[in-house]
Every structure is written in structure tokens, then in C-alpha cells.
Ligand binder design. Structure first.
Ligand code: 3HC
Length: 270
């Protein structure tokens, strides 16, 4: 998601640096952004792909983040990985630090940053460039000043901020979505993914069916969220995810999940 978030900021005139420990991931991120910008240009000729690309640089060293105004962490939904990155970033930065965590309470993550008053959640949705909503989450220690500043930043990139003042696991959106995912998942013993998704798309009006959305956002991402949820006593269990992730079926990103994505977005027929 990091590349999509970076793209959104660059499209609104901000200079952006994408960080990853792997050069290959950065190469793919740049490719994805170029693909997306060219796709958007087909519908809006005012988009200047080269101009946006000029605002984006890449780095494998967090030292290059030291002068940033805002740093958004978007690593795996694993508290240890997030803790490590947040500690490193916060030693180097006096910036606003935001986590794009899908579910982990901000007050819990704030233990790892030097100035918790400047730390908050900015939760984007996939694909960030097309999805309008961004949850802005206030932790116990986030100050009014930086919370309001983050809301303004979200407005400045032409998104709708959803201020979340109750810092609970899953915030608002994923608490709702996961209830739906889990009920769709429990139906898999009786129905095919296509049957469940046909109903979700044609009866509930969802652009992607519930099972397809699990594939779309990544089975590994959803598995990590469900593990964290279970640890906290929520019944967010979808046992088939563990097996699929073990087999390398991660959904759209690996080409295979509940659906075959190797030829693009799968069709759902009754
Ligand atoms: N950049 C630019 N263009 C893009 C794009 C991107 N990243 N992704 C898709 N498009 C384009 C497609 O290429 C296609 O272009 P075309 O009309 O020229 O062929 C167009 O958008 C429509 O795409 P598709 O035909 O593939 O599919 P849809 O009509 O279904 O639209 C969608 C795609 C906008 C993603 C739509 O399916 C949608 O809104 N889905 C819901 C997504 C959602 O709910 N996201 C939230 C997930 S939860 C989450 O992220 C939380 C996390 O914590 C887990």
C-alpha cells in the first residue's frame, strides 16, 4: 500500500520518498505507480505522469527520512516489524509519524515512538489512489494540534478524513468489514466463493464481493489481522486463510487466492 499512498501525495504536489529495505520492492513500487498514473491519464488527460514521477524518489535508508514533515509507516501488520520501524524512524525524525495500521491500536504502537503526541493513525484503503476514505486515528497521547494537522493533510490530498477518537482494535472500518468477512468465510463450507460474491455484488451492491475483497487486499494481510484479533478475544477467525497463506496463495498479489488473478480481475458468475 505504501506505493499507492506515496502516489496520492505526489499527485497533490508533495515531494515523496518511498522506503523499503529491498531494492526490488522499490522497483516494483515505481512500476506500479507508473502503471496507475498512465491508467488514470487515459481518463484525465490533465495528469502529467512525468511531473508526478519527478516528485517521487526511493531509498533503502531511513536516514533519508530525517527532514520529512510527515512519515507514514506501511509495513506488515506485525507488531514487531512495526515497532522496529517506528523506533528507527522516530529516532531520526521530528516529523508527524503516522501508521497505516489496519487494526493495531495507536496507543499501543505509541510505546515505540519518541514523541507520542506527534504519532497517530492514517489508515488508507486499497487502492489508495481510488478510495476516498482515510481513517485518522487519535491515540491516547496524540495532541490536538497534530491530530488536526493530520486531518488537514488528508483533506489536502483530496480524501475524506474519518476522525477516529476511539482507539480500538480495527478502528471503525475493519471492525465492520471483518464481521462481514467472517460471516462470508463461514459460508464457504456450503457455498462457492462465486456464489457468495455474486450475492454481495448484485444484492448488497458491493463493487467487489466479500471473498474477492479478501483476495484483493491480500490473504496474508487479512490473516495477520485475524491473528491479532484472536489474541485480543475477537472472533475474527477464518481458518482457511492459514492454510492458503502457507501454500503461498496470497490473493491478487501472488496471482492466486480464492480466485485466479493471473489474467486480471476475475469474473463472478452465478
Ligand atoms: N490506479 C489506477 N487505475 C486503477 C487502479 C489503480 N490503482 N486500480 C484499478 N484501476 C482502474 C482499472 O484499470 C479499470 O480501468 P478501465 O476502466 O480503464 O479498465 C478501472 O479502474 C476499474 O477497475 P476494474 O474494472 O478492475 O474493477 P472495478 O470496476 O471493480 O474497480 C475498484 C476497481 C475501484 C478497486 C473497485 O472494485 C472498488 O472500489 N472495490 C472496493 C475496494 C475496497 O473496498 N477497498 C477497501 C478494502 S479494505 C482495506 O483496504 C483495509 C485494509 O486495512 C485491509
Amino acid at each position: 500500500m505504501g506505493s499507492g499512498i506515496g502516489q496520492v501525495f505526489a499527485m497533490r504536489g508533495y515531494d515523496v520518498t518511498l522506503f523499503d529495505i529491498k531494492e526490488e520492492a522499490l522497483r516494483r513500487a515505481i512500476e506500479n505507480i507508473k502503471w496507475s498514473l498512465n491508467k488514470l491519464k487515459e481518463k484525465d488527460s490533465t495528469i502529467d505522469v512525468d511531473e508526478v514521477m519527478k516528485r517521487i524518489s526511493v531509498s533503502t535508508s531511513l536516514v533519508d527520512s530525517a527532514d520529512s514533515y510527515l512519515v507514514i509507516e506501511a509495513v506488515f501488520e506485525d507488531i514487531n516489524v512495526k515497532a522496529d520501524v517506528l523506533m528507527k524512524v522516530s529516532k531520526l525524525n521530528d516529523s508527524i509519524i503516522a501508521s497505516n495500521t489496519s487494526s493495531l491500536p495507536i496507543s499501543e504502537l505509541s510505546k515505540y515512538v519518541r514523541e507520542p503526541e506527534r504519532f497517530l493513525g492514517m489508515h488508507f484503503f486499497n487502492p489508495p489512489v481510488l478510495m476516498k476514505l482515510v481513517e485518522v486515528i487519535r491515540g491516547d497521547h496524540t495532541s490536538d494540534r497534530w491530530f488536526n494537522q493530520a486531518i488537514e493533510l488528508v483533506r489536502s490530498i483530496n480524501k475524506f478524513p474519518l476522525p477516529v477518537r476511539k482507539d480500538v482494535f480495527g478502528f471503525v472500518v475493519n471492525r465492520v468489514l471483518f464481521k462481514l468477512f467472517i460471516s462470508a468465510c463461514s459460508m464457504l463450507s456450503n457455498f462457492t466463493p462465486e456464489e457468495i460474491d455474486y450475492v454481495a455484488m448484485n444484492e448488497l451492491g458491493m463493487p467487489l464481493g466479500l471473498i474477492m475483497l479478501l483476495d484483493y487486499t491480500g490473504l496474508d494481510v487479512n490473516y495477520d489481522i485475524s491473528k491479532e484479533a484472536l489474541k485480543r478475544g475477537f472472533d475474527f477467525n477464518c481458518p482457511v486463510l492459514a492454510e492458503m497463506v502457507k501454500q503461498g496463495k496470497l490473493g491478487r498479489k501472488s496471482g492466486k487466492g480464492f480466485y485466479d488473478w493471473s489474467k486480471g480481475k476475475p469474473e463472478v458468475r452465478a
